[in-house]
Design a protein around this ligand. Structure first.
Ligand SMILES: Cc1ncc(COP(=O)(O)O)c(C=O)c1O
Length: 535
């Protein structure tokens, strides 16, 4: 729960009681774990002759870094790569590969025997498949932060955070993320996947040694389109007999309400992605918060794709919808808009204590290397300064929507083609035209819902998007009129909005980010911009 929030109902406060009891039990059995930030040795490890001036992370010092007013040449590296003819050919033929074709095919395809790919044998590929939504992975400040930290400290102490892998650099990043999320605390994890696993297993283990059928088994309610890491975390909790799992239909609040009402378990958790990774639509956080008040469940959201992309300060979808303080646990990753690697869990201090003591994927995995931590910290500070990046990615969403005539609600823009074969074919043809777009098929998505998953970034130029739209045009034409797209659109749009807003809007609109109200077509509420695209 946020810094300023208080419990909104008696049932919600029950979770605080259970948490308190669990912490006391862990304390008395000496299982309450502590994090002790270490100061890595700087002088002894520094590379000789290099003037290492990066700030020692004290929690108060903010390193200085360069920021910019618009795209620089460096941004290109976020959305453009090169691929050898050999790889491209194998890719186009869908040949199975372990990545070794560059070496194996050297005679046929002019690849030097060293295995190093010569520049003249490469093709350029524009990426519309990554998750580096703001282009921060290649920002000069992020590069420098990683490089300086590596030269100054090496990779840092290599052990789990509870042993000796946790340093002042980790602490600084945790405080910065807690501030971003308006929570008391934050816990860094090795990845977003590990963060979700840690949350799901820890929150269901409040009473160690519970047996299924007893009153303290936790009922987990999980959206049908949640990420694999949530699903696996819930499965592990279920396997440990700490949880029962109920999957509610995607964003279907009536179904969730029904399941909640029928459930006799006192302890309930609702968990959802905030911005769904394959559909690009939003969880109904306003409605979920209202249900939380009614049913007193613990509300966990995964802001993997929302962090830095949504919300005036980049706090995520919860910030954009004005419900940040009503969320109990915010999970996230540093590998998408932050452009680096790692995961985090932002929460109250007590939840952090519990998760750091019971979350096995946190406890038994090596802490993030200092250069990664320093880079992620720099990326968040850059995003705070370079506000234009967030605006730019939403402008690309708008541009892409208008140019295709399709409804896109976020930088994750799926074009549903239905059949897996058609989707693979489309993806291959795009590849040969110089665009990398992922083909998403079952089991990642439902059968007949195969799709091109296009992701947009602040690092894309308007020309990139225009070129993609031209390359996509054969599929856009068929998609607009296809039953699978119509079904998708009918299920997704209008659902994404709080009722009081959706009632005031025309039927065709998309949900987006704050910006200027232009041409009377935009409506803002709680920091969210609703746009009526040209159709
Ligand atoms: C919604 C969601 N949650 C969690 C993750 C896992 O994050 P990470 O890549 O940092 O393990 C992802 C990444 O694909 C994701 O899309």
């Amino acid at each position: 729960m946020g810094r300023s929030s208080s419990t909104s109902s008696t049932s919600v406060s029950l979770w605080e009681d259970w948490l308190e009891q669990a912490l006391q039990a862990l304390q008395s059995s000496m299982l309450l774990r502590s994090l002790r930030p270490l100061v890595p040795s700087e002088v002894a490890g520094a590379v000789a002759g290099r003037d290492c001036k990066s700030a020692r992370a004290t929690g108060t010092h903010t390193p200085s870094f360069l920021t910019f007013q618009g795209l620089g040449t460096w941004d290109r590296a976020s959305v453009e790569v090169e691929v050898s003819h050999a790889t491209l050919q194998c890719w186009n033929q869908e040949s199975p590969s372990t990545g070794a074709e560059v070496c194996n095919l050297e005679d046929v395809l002019d690849v030097p025997s060293s295995g190093v790919v010569a520049v003249d044998s490469c093709n350029k590929l524009r990426l519309f498949s990554g998750n580096d939504y703001l282009g921060l992975s290649v920002h000069p400040a992020v590069r420098s932060a990683a490089a300086e930290a590596a030269l100054e400290f090496g990779m840092g102490p290599r052990a789990s955070a509870l042993v000796c892998g946790y340093t002042y650099h980790h602490r600084l990043l945790e405080s910065t993320i807690a501030e971003l999320k308006s929570t008391e605390e934050c816990l860094l994890c090795p990845s977003g996947f590990a963060a979700n696993m840690a949350v799901m297993t820890a929150v269901t283990s409040l009473a160690p040694g519970t047996v299924k059928g007893q009153e303290n088994v936790v009922a987990i309610f999980s959206d049908a389109l949640n990420h694999a890491s949530i699903i696996d975390g819930a499965r592990v909790a279920q396997r440990q007999s700490n949880a029962e799992v109920y999957v509610y239909k995607h964003n279907d609040m009536a179904h969730l309400q029904l399941l909640l009402s029928k459930c006799t378990q006192e302890r309930k958790v609702v968990v959802t992605d905030s911005l769904f990774s394959m559909d690009g639509d939003f969880a109904l956080l306003v409605e979920l918060v209202a249900l939380r008040k009614q049913h007193g469940f613990l509300l966990v959201i995964d802001e993997a794709h929302g962090t830095l992309v949504c919300g005036e300060n980049g706090g995520g979808v919860a910030e954009a919808l004005g419900v940040q303080d009503e969320i109990d646990i915010h999970v996230g990753t540093l590998s998408k808009a932050v452009g680096c690697q790692g995961g985090f869990i932002a929460s109250s201090q007590k939840w952090k204590q519990l998760i750091q003591s019971r979350g096995r994927s946190f406890i038994f995995s090596t802490a993030l290397p200092i250069p990664i931590v320093a880079a992620a910290h720099a990326a968040i500070l850059v995003a705070r300064e370079e506000k234009w990046r967030q605006r730019a990615v939403w402008e690309r969403v708008q541009q892409f929507s208008q140019a295709t005539g399709l409804h896109f609600t976020s930088p994750i823009a799926p074009i549903i083609l239905g059949s897996a074969d058609d989707t693979l074919k489309a993806s291959r043809q795009l590849l040969m035209a110089g665009f990398h777009v992922s083909a998403i098929r079952p089991p990642t998505v439902a059968s007949n819902a195969s799709r091109l998953r296009i992701t947009l970034s602040a690092a894309h130029t308007t020309a990139d998007v225009e070129a993609l739209v031209v390359a996509l045009s054969p599929w856009i034409r068929t998609t607009c009129s296809s039953p699978s797209y119509r079904q998708y659109a009918a299920q997704r749009f209008d659902l994404s909005l709080p009722k009081e807003i959706s009632q005031t809007l025309p039927q065709n609109h998309m949900i987006g980010m704050p910006s200027q109200d232009r041409q009377g077509k935009h409506y803002t509420k709680a920091g969210i911009l609703f746009i009526q695209p040209k159709l």
